[in-house]
Design a protein around this ligand. Sequence first.
Ligand SMILES: Cc1cc2nc3c(=O)[nH]c(=O)nc-3n(C[C@H](O)[C@H](O)[C@H](O)COP(=O)(O)O)c2cc1C
Length: 377
Amino acid sequence: MRTRVSDRLGVEFPVLAFSHCRDVVAAVTNAGGFGVLGGVVHTPERLEIDLSWIEDQTRGRPFGVDLLLPSKYEGADEGGLDRDAVRHLVPPQQQAFVDDVLRRYGVPAGAGPDDGAAGLEVLRVSPKGYEPLLEVAFAHRIALIASALGPPPPALIERAHAAGVTVAALAGTVAHAERHNAAGVDIIVAQGTEAGGHTGEIATMVLVPDVVDAVHPTPVVAAGGIACGRQIAAAFALGAEGVWCGSVWLTTEEAETHPVVKRKFLDASASDTVRSRSLTGKPARMLRSAWTDEWARDDAPPPLPMPVQGALVADAQRRIARAAASTPGAGQLANYFVGQVVGRLDRIRPARQVLIDMVTEYADVVERFAAQAQEPR
Ligand SMILES: Cc1cc2nc3c(=O)[nH]c(=O)nc-3n(C[C@H](O)[C@H](O)[C@H](O)COP(=O)(O)O)c2cc1C
């Protein structure tokens, strides 16, 4: 499994694990993969705590941090809006729609502490939001910084390179990948539409070889639809030198996935996801639920731009999460980002075991190919 990506990152397996959950990041890094902590919903204080914890747990093994750096979002001209300003941009029509959905599904009013369930209203997508996170990240021994939804700004690339930190960026089209490559990004993550989270429209199978050819000799990592060793082998056959997985960690023992949603993931098939703007304002793949169905209705208002949609739905998502186990309607609405590989997620395993199973199956495929090549005709 040795590639330029595993050499550059200093890992045994070029399997990159994206997760918002520090336990998953540490577990995968300790098992020989490379954990990447998604930091977009972290406060700087929380990021400091989590990165210190990961450092302690991983004892010198490498890990990274991922942020959303979109080129287009509401308030971009002002360098970003604070939380109150974003809330003021929520129109009454969309607020009334969300209130009506919660009422019809019998979701109880939001009493209790702000447990930050989805954390969507604090998406730190503007320089005002993410620069404090970068300060924290660079104060730790990160080996990689990744950006999604837009190319990393030149100052960030310069800063990372001066600190010996590898820069990765997610691309959903060849044009995105070429832009990242021209900006000086070290590793391009070609992410197909089947991925969980924000995603484009082109499938991994089509996207990866196109991106590999377009950015040659920059190494490419494949993302979207990879949850087992056969899929890793396929990604390598397409020219990728590593894989970047998100969904597969959501049903691990370590994952912070809401128990009701975890159960839904375990029961879901590959047909049960949908690309929807209903959680963040940009198209993101998530589990189909009553929530996405309501937003897809003909009479539903259009979702708002990022980050206003997040501010609109954050409180509703918290209420749904709190009541999901006890109120059937809230259980019906509950969902989360996940990719089409959700269909393969049918049991709870430790993250370390998931990585071992993937790598073992990959080795089986390689052996099978080698044996087939030697068989007499
Ligand atoms: C729950 C979840 C949240 C995600 N959040 C982010 C994010 O904040 N930043 C990011 O770059 N990618 C995010 N992604 C996308 C992943 O980085 C990754 O590209 C994707 O999960 C790969 O496809 P897969 O889900 O089929 O493994 C998220 C994915 C999931 C499943």
